[in-house]
Write a protein that binds this ligand. Structure first.
Ligand code: GLC
Length: 731
């Protein structure tokens, strides 16, 4: 009898411990890695493989038997994409998924304000959380190498330091709401032309000094929980399964513990997908824009072929366990985390954030005779001309396209501000509908549009031309690059015709890229607005009317002509390549690094932006004259508002290394600070700058290297306007 009782007691205690053992992964109080290992130990091989590939257009399996939820991803960097049909790109026409559109990331970069980046990440993270998404497919941090790249509007500009400082708070913001950010597209996806296969050839120096820093900051400082492989190839391997990028640099050197997600259709073979660092395969058999594969998901490269390879012993179980661990870790960090915050959707707070970022990102490029601001009663008749005054700029552009709850156009906000009686509008030019994968021109007659617009402009006191680019294919749009540097749809001709009848005219550009400005000397004022999101019109009107003093700075250079740009200087092989290979011949001299080193004057330089007030940066000092390689330099300078209204200046600290065993750019941005000042106010600003940040990537040592010698610190309010220099020595 005793034995029986003992056996029952023993048995049930074994049961209890087994039960306890099995529940560890469900216990939110347990350490993350303990939960991961426990869940892994309870899963079958088939269940582990099932984690590694899509089950629908934007989702992948969990482990239903164990109560581990599915992974739901969604675009994009500027707001939460509408719900689509299970296995299609097309919208599912739900009625509860119209979101807040935040400004495009070029606008966020133009604020030079990392605090706004954090606010942005939290707000878009709350909208993703409310829509029950596990992963937000953004932010994008590919470097702006050519003004023709269709997706520059989604990224943070031409400088690796600015991109790094702005991407980290965005990721931290999104993930603070329990949604994984997915920094993209890793790496070297700097154009859309032949994006699916173009093989990028670039030196180790340019790779590490220009194209990787923002991703490295996203992983090591932002602690990104996922990263998206890019479509293109790098040194002969597709980046979604690239041994050097994913295994060596990302996972080994940078210690990335998150999930590598493929771009949609970026996976091309099982062997490399298994061995070269990919964890989650999405969108195979599509081109990431339109084509829908008609293959069952089990045909994916990491599906049955992978399972078969494991069962036959071709692939080591350790490879599968690593992928499964990373995906489980992502799930326990998000949908199964203990204190996952709640989200909110289309809230007044999100509208305020969108408006605040848009206002701070707008860049005043020219303002002769104080054309701006335009106080409400200054003019009786204001002519507003141009399609971008009324066209929706949140739709189109590819995967970042949004179905929004609302979008305030410039014309709506200007009319509300200045009064219906004082605003008269004419379309001026027309571009045709925003389509994926192809362009359709407008049916309207261009000459009659111009005639109507000049008639309106002739009879007005002032003209606001609101044009630029849009999200049509071959404009600012995924899947294709622009074919020319100039403004499209006959805008230059229209601007000339308008100037003939009224010289009191400003050009306001809404775009995500630089454009040629043949009229730059003929117009008194130019304003660079970005894709400003749901609050576009309000933000633009806030700045035009003087409610807000513009403080944006250009996150990329505006060349006078395309051939002045580094990537285009070296001809077709440099951009867009020969359809198989592309060679980044400018190497490390991207953007202002090129213009400053080659002494080519840009139309408007990186970091440039005017204000309605004026500032003085002075008294640049450092705490010492000589530093060791591991030191931090305490830089101080004074910023004064010498004008008549409240505003903000961006103090930018560039560094040059005049004597070095390798060629280095004329200068490189190594610190910046946005300073808000009342009229007459002065503030002392402190910047801590690491000497280690002065390093170049040494291709011999295959590591970073700071050579001893003098370095010149250069303080300015743009890369083209240095007001103070100071020499320090590194010993
Ligand atoms: C697209 C894009 C990527 C996007 C994904 C899902 O092709 O390259 O940025 O997140 O597919 O739409």
């Amino acid at each position: 009898m005793k034995t029986t009782i003992l056996a029952i007691v023993l048995g049930s205690s074994l049961m209890v411990s087994a039960q306890q053992k099995t529940s560890v992964y469900l216990d939110v109080t347990k350490p993350l890695e303990e939960r991961v290992e426990n869940a892994l130990s309870l899963m079958t091989t088939k269940e582990k493989v099932a984690l590694c590939y899509a089950q629908s257009k934007f989702s992948s399996k969990g482990v239903p038997r164990m109560g581990i939820p599915e992974v739901w991803t969604d675009d994009g960097p500027h707001g939460i994409r509408e719900e689509v049909f299970w296995d299609e790109w097309g919208g599912a026409h739900w009625t509860n998924d119209s979101c807040t559109a935040f400004p495009a990331l070029t606008c966020l970069a133009a604020t030079f304000n990392p605090e706004l980046s954090s606010l942005y990440g939290k707000s878009v993270g709350e909208e993703a959380r409310y829509r029950n998404k596990t992963v937000l497919l953004g932010p994008g941090v590919n470097i702006y190498r050519t003004p023709l790249n269709g997706r520059n509007f989604e990224y943070l500009g031409e400088d690796p330091y600015l991109s790094s400082r702005m991407v980290v708070p965005y990721i931290q913001g999104v993930q603070s709401i329990g949604v994984a950010a997915c920094v993209k597209h890793f790496a070297l996806n700097n154009q859309e032309e032949w994006r699916g296969h173009i093989n990028v050839n670039v030196s180790d120096r340019a790779l590490h000094e220009i194209y990787l820093p923002a991703f490295k900051a996203a992983v090591q400082e932002g602690k990104a929980w996922s990263i998206m492989g890019s479509y293109n190839q790098f040194r002969g391997e597709h980046c979604c399964h690239n041994d050097l990028l994913l295994n060596k640099i990302l996972k080994n050197d940078w210690k990335f513990d998150g999930v590598v997600i493929s771009d949609w259709g970026g996976v091309h073979n099982t062997d490399q997908a298994v061995k070269n660092g990919l964890d989650l395969e999405m969108g195979t058999y599509t081109n990431g824009l339109t084509t829908n594969g008609n293959f069952p998901y089990t045909e994916y490269y990491l599906a049955n072929p992978f399972l078969k390879g494991i069962e036959e012993g071709k692939y080591d179980m350790a490879l599968l366990n690593d992928k499964a661990r990373r995906i489980l870790r992502l799930i326990f960090r998000t949908t199964m985390s203990a204190n996952r915050p709640f989200g909110r959707f289309v809230s007044p707070e999100h509208s305020e954030v969108a408006r605040k970022i848009a206002r701070e990102g707008i860049v005043l490029l020219k303002n002769d005779k104080q054309f701006f601001p335009i106080p409400v009663r200054k003019y009786n008749k204001i002519a507003v001309i141009g399609e971008n005054a009324t066209r929706s700029l949140v739709i189109g552009g590819g995967s970042s396209s949004l179905k929004v709850a609302y979008e305030i156009s410039p014309l709506q906000a200007l009319t509300a501000k200045y009064g219906n009686a004082h605003i008269v509008y004419s379309l001026g030019y027309a571009s045709g509908p925003a389509m994926y994968g192809r362009e359709e021109s407008s049916k309207l007659n261009a000459d009659s549009l111009i005639a109507a617009a000049t008639e309106v402009a002739k009879n007005a006191d002032v003209v606001l031309f609101i044009g630029g680019l849009n999200k049509n294919h071959f404009q600012d749009c995924e899947g294709g690059d622009r074919h020319s540097y100039g403004l499209p749809f006959g805008q230059d001709k229209l601007i000339d015709e308008l100037l003939k009848v009224n010289k009191n005219m400003a050009v306001v550009l809404l775009s995500g890229n630089a454009v040629a400005m043949p009229w730059v000397d003929k117009v008194p004022a130019i304003m660079q607005g970005w894709y400003l999101g749901s609050e576009a019109g309000n933000a633009l009107t806030d700045v035009i009317s003087g409610e807000v003093n513009p403080s944006g700075k250009l996150p990329f250079s505006f060349p006078k002509k395309l051939e002045d740009n580094a990537a285009h200087f070296f001809g077709k092989l440099s951009y867009p390549g020969d359809s198989i290979n592309e060679y980044y011949k400018e190497d490390i001299l991207v953007g202002y690094r090129w213009f400053d080193t080659k002494k080519i004057a840009p139309q408007f330089p990186f970091g440039y932006g005017l204000s309605y007030t004026s500032f003085e940066l002075s008294a640049l000092t450092t705490d010492k004259a000589t530093y060791g390689k591991g030191n931090i330099i305490k830089v101080k300078f004074s910023a004064k508002n010498t004008g008549s209204c409240f505003g903000a200046e961006v103090g930018q600290l560039y560094v040059s290394d005049p004597v070095c065993t390798v060629a280095r750019p004329a200068k490189e941005l190594k610190a910046f600070k946005k300073i808000f000042l009342q009229p007459g106010e002065t503030k002392m600003v402190e910047l801590n700058v690491k000497v280690a940040d002065f390093a170049f990537y040494d291709e011999v040592r295959k590591d970073w290297n700071v050579e001893e010698g003098d370095f010149i610190l250069q303080l300015g309010n743009s890369s083209g306007n240095i007001s103070q220099t100071l020499k320090i020595a590194v010993r």
